[in-house]
Design a protein around this ligand. Structure first.
Ligand code: ADP
Length: 193
């Protein structure tokens, strides 16, 4: 299956994505992880991305699109994938549409995790203390929320129009949320026979 996972920062996207890819046995393509790796490895992409990420701003569409295109062409992505953190702008979504159209591999499902913003912000600030992610400071958390609303949230409407969207309430235990996700995946799955 080919799945895009949307959701604001702090909604538990990473955790649920990891469970879902294990369940479906498809690669987990997280642009946030790819960019963090590039920064760690001090690659040219990492150098371009670091400042933007630490400010809670988006990295340029060009850079992210190049990373994704290369990743999509690796053999393990032939039978499906889950995109986590991509697309994040309408321009990226249109790029993805063009890429998938040229490969005749359409998207099957877009999952959107949603939750009350004040709960999400609290979760992130807690995570900042536990994991020490450099973009989890109170200022960047607020910046990332603003960026999500202005740049990424329009994708919800974009995919709803294409009839690909399933909205998942992210408030509940991890297991409850995962069950909701599995239910949406079952409904979107093409019939095995
Ligand atoms: P979260 O969803 O928790 O904010 P991610 O790990 O998905 O975190 O992304 C962290 C940062 O990486 C973003 O704030 C942004 O700077 C950068 N980033 C990740 N994916 C993209 C993307 N598709 N386009 C632009 N920037 C991105």
């Amino acid at each position: 299956m080919r799945i895009v996972f949307l959701g604001p920062p702090g909604v538990g996207k990473g955790t649920q994505c990891r469970r879902l890819v294990a369940d479906l046995r498809i690669p987990h393509v997280s642009t946030g992880d790819m960019l963090r790796r590039a920064i760690r490895d001090r690659t040219p992409v990492g150098r371009l991305a670091a400042e933007r990420m630490d400010a809670g701003q988006l990295v340029s569409d060009d850079i992210v699109q190049q990373l994704v295109e290369r990743r999509l062409d690796s053999p393990d992505c032939a039978e499906g994938w889950l995109f986590d953190g991509f697309p994040r702008t309408i321009a990226q979504a249109e790029f993805l549409d063009r890429m998938l159209a040229s490969r005749t591999t359409p998207l099957d499902l877009v999952l959107e995790l949603f939750g009350d913003e004040s709960i999400l912000v609290q979760r992130m600030l807690r995570r900042a203390r536990v994991e020490g992610r450099t973009d989890d400071t109170p200022e960047t958390v607020r910046a990332r929320m603003r960026v999500y609303h202005s740049q990424t949230e329009p994708l919800v409407e974009y995919y709803a129009r294409k009839n690909l969207l399933a909205r998942i309430d992210a408030i509940g235990t991890r297991n409850e949320v995962f069950e909701r996700i599995q239910e949406s995946v079952r409904r979107a799955r093409p019939n095995p026979d």
